[in-house]
Design a binder for this molecule. Structure first.
Ligand SMILES: Cc1cc2nc3c(=O)[nH]c(=O)nc-3n(C[C@H](O)[C@H](O)[C@H](O)COP(=O)(O)O)c2cc1C
Length: 355
């Protein structure tokens, strides 16, 4: 399959792995690249040394193009430097303000790297394009974790008509029907998160994998309670408890904030700024201190689910797309059947026109 996405990144299929903190390990990233799509490592969880090691590990596992996703605003300066020094072929940023986005894009372009900006609003798509992004990921309402309020059916064509760069749909894509639909809406490919995480190569507990298989499209909830920004997660007991309480988690916020500060090597000011810029970039959520406090608490609970492998006591970011996930295949199987099904649909549509 050839689209502007495959040509831009030098990949076989118009599919990428969505950067997902704690889930997109070097092994999963390399498996996706080796399968002909674009593997992407989420960088926000790393410090500069461990990020460099993870990039080097990916290079040992694949000689195909791959990418790194950076949440600009979370200790992003030192991490951005590592990505540029390592000449990562594709860099995907989410969040960030223009004074930080622009030099980052220039840095990546200086060695010939390509930049994808992640957006959930039309005006942010136009801004990313003006700042020099080569491509955009359009995050629809269906997506796991943070999205805006508009579903893919409206958002993708809105953005595609507002910009010239190739666009990639994210949120809700799990199969060939999704890929064909994204192409029909004007996108040049798809970004798959939860679907590519629910694979044999993913280094996450069996309990989490079972949760993805068992859950239906009605088992997620989107609310700012979890981390201060509208965030889509599994509606489990812990999520219900948090939704019911809604009170200010003062002690939790303080201790989780200490952990985030230490892990990300940032101060409270940066934590506050990050939480607020995330909220603004997604167009919804709590404000001020409430946002920063929830951001810390959420960060810790997300780790309990993904790193701790606990889908009961942790908060698991998860997309509506789980309704379309019924098995745990290999990455290669997911990619192959997605492409085969999309091709079948596209040629059927072609025949329908001809008849
Ligand atoms: C556990 C988890 C962690 C995520 N971490 C990030 C991240 O670090 N940076 C980012 O831009 N998006 C992150 N996302 C969002 C994904 O990149 C993507 O938008 C989403 O998974 C797409 O929806 P889908 O899972 O339904 O395919 C995360 C998603 C999940 C499930």
């Amino acid at each position: 399959m050839k689209t502007r996405m495959t040509e831009l990144f030098g990949i076989k299929y118009p599919i990428m792995l969505a950067g997902m903190n704690w889930l997109t390990t070097p092994k999963l990233v390399a498996a996706v690249s080796n399968a002909g799509a674009l593997g992407v490592l989420a960088g926000a969880q790393y410090n500069p040394d461990s990020l460099r090691k993870a990039i080097q590990e990916i290079r040992k596992l694949t000689n195909k193009p791959f990418g790194v996703n950076l949440t600009l605003g979370i200790a992003s300066g030192p991490l951005a430097n590592v990505v540029i020094e390592e000449k990562v072929p594709v860099v995907n940023y989410s969040l960030g303000r223009p004074p930080e986005i622009q030099p980052f894009i220039q840095g990546v372009h200086s060695y010939g790297g390509k930049v994808i900006g992640t957006i959930a609003l039309v005006r942010h798509a136009q801004r990313s394009e003006q700042l020099g992004a080569d491509s955009l990921i359009i995050t629809g309402y269906e997506a796991a974790s943070h999205s805006g309020n508009v579903g893919a059916l409206v958002l993708v064509p809105q953005v595609v008509e507002a910009v010239k760069v190739p666009c990639i749909g994210a949120g809700g894509y799990a199969d060939g029907k999704g890929l064909a639909a994204a192409l029909a809406l004007g996108a040049e490919g798809i970004s798959m998160g939860t679907r590519l995480a629910a694979t044999k190569e993913a280094e996450v507990s069996d309990a989490i994998k079972e949760t993805w298989v068992k859950s239906t499209e009605e088992d997620t909830v989107i609310d700012p309670t979890f981390d201060g920004i509208n965030c889509r997660v599994l509606r489990n007991k812990k999520a219900e408890e948090m939704l019911k309480k809604k009170s200010f988690p003062l002690f939790d916020a303080w201790s989780a904030g200490m952990m985030m500060k230490k892990e990300l090597k940032i101060d409270y000011g940066q934590l506050f700024k990050t939480a607020n810029s995330l909220r603004k970039s997604r167009g919804g959520g709590l404000k001020g201190m409430a946002s920063a406090m929830r951001f810390s608490v959420g960060g810790r609970l997300f780790r309990t689910a993904t790193v701790g492998g606990d889908p009961v006591n942790g908060i698991l970011m998860m997309g509506q797309t789980v309704g379309r996930i019924h098995d745990i295949p290999t990455v290669q199987e997911v990619i192959d059947r997605t492409v085969a099904e999309a091709k079948q649909i596209l040629s059927k549509m072609n025949r329908q026109i001809a008849d």
